[in-house]
Design a protein around this ligand. Structure first.
Ligand SMILES: Nc1ncnc2c1ncn2[C@@H]1O[C@H](COP(=O)(O)OP(=O)(O)OP(=O)(O)O)[C@@H](O)[C@H]1O
Length: 290
């Protein structure tokens, strides 16, 4: 009986890793204290499965960028464990950080393009630094520029592009290596609403190829329209983790917000097309398709 039980346990142990959807991101009790009174993150525990699309929301100073910086190992936690694709980040030495980051596409609010290089060369650069051959670069760059709608801007320099086009280049550059994880910190922060929709569509399309996407944003309209998983931070703490969610909590008590609701709603500066997401984002779609 004891032998049978032991075999059973062993079989269960072997079967378990295949059964579970592997987490791409795992935070366990993660804190970041910048100084005695400067708290970036406090006891954050959550995980993100492969292929998820997650919005990080929260007011200024709530800890969104801190969380992103911890993920790319730009800063170290003062407590807790962070795993990415099963790997404990504390075990990655400084020297190995650039190799680790090759698995992560990063998009910033201010694009961070190389100003003296063309669109083509900005994207090609991401492949060069990861050791791609010229042949690979010739094959991959035109492909990604087509996907991001930049095929006609190949030879333009960043200062000859609109903000939305520059952000498309940044997304193309982040995705050209097909990283399993893509992080975007306020990717639409400098863009008008219509251009923002284009960028979000692009991120969503990327997510549908299987890439896990995490977007830190203040863009309530976008979060409300996409209805993905929302992690909300407040003073460094995760106060909400909700699927198919909007920018504000589902159970927001309208009585509490009575004062605010009596005021006329602010009018958007420019109208966003009502069907902006409809072609790629049907209402009944609940997750990435592969
Ligand atoms: N280098 C730093 N030194 C000290 N305190 C810091 C540092 N960076 C961030 N903080 C503090 O950590 C907290 C979280 O900041 P963080 O930048 O992560 O917020 P955020 O949610 O990204 O804000 P925003 O939406 O304005 O970008 C804030 O109180 C901030 O003042």
């Amino acid at each position: 009986m004891a032998i049978v039980e032991r075999h059973k346990q062993e079989l269960e142990r072997l079967a378990a890793p295949q059964d579970r959807a592997p987490a791409v991101i795992e935070f366990r009790g993660v804190s970041k204290q910048y100084g005695p009174t400067d708290r970036g993150l406090e006891s954050a525990t959550f995980s993100v499965a492969r292929g998820e699309f997650v919005f990080l929301v929260g007011s200024t100073g709530s800890g969104k960028s801190t969380l992103m910086k911890l993920l790319i190992k730009e800063i170290e936690p003062t407590a807790g464990t962070i795993r990415v694709a099963g790997r404990d980040l504390s075990e990655i030495t400084r020297r190995k950080v650039p190799y680790y980051r090759r698995n992560i596409g990063i998009v910033f609010q201010d694009f961070k393009l190389l100003p003296d290089r063309t669109v083509h060369d900005n994207v090609a650069y991401a492949l060069q630094v990861t050791g791609s051959s010229r042949k690979e670069i010739r094959a991959k760059v035109p492909d990604i520029l087509r996907l991001t709608g930049l095929a006609t801007k190949l030879h333009s320099f960043p200062d000859q592009l609109s903000g939305g086009e520059q952000q498309r280049v940044a997304v193309a550059r982040a995705f050209v290596n097909h990283p399993p994880l893509l992080l975007a910190d306020e990717p639409t922060g400098n863009l008008d609403p219509e251009t923002s929709v284009g960028i979000m569509q692009l991120l969503y399309r990327i997510n549908r190829t299987g890439t896990t996407v995490v977007v830190a944003t203040h863009d309530a309209t976008m979060v409300d329209r996409m209805r993905r998983r929302v992690l909300e931070l407040e003073q460094g703490r995760i106060i909400r983790d909700e699927h198919n969610a909007g920018y504000a909590p589902r159970d927001m008590n309208t009585a509490e917000f009575g004062e605010l609701l009596r005021e006329p709603a602010p009018q958007p500066q420019r109208r966003m097309p009502a069907d902006a997401f409809d072609d790629i984002y049907p209402a009944d779609d609940s997750g990435p398709r592969r």
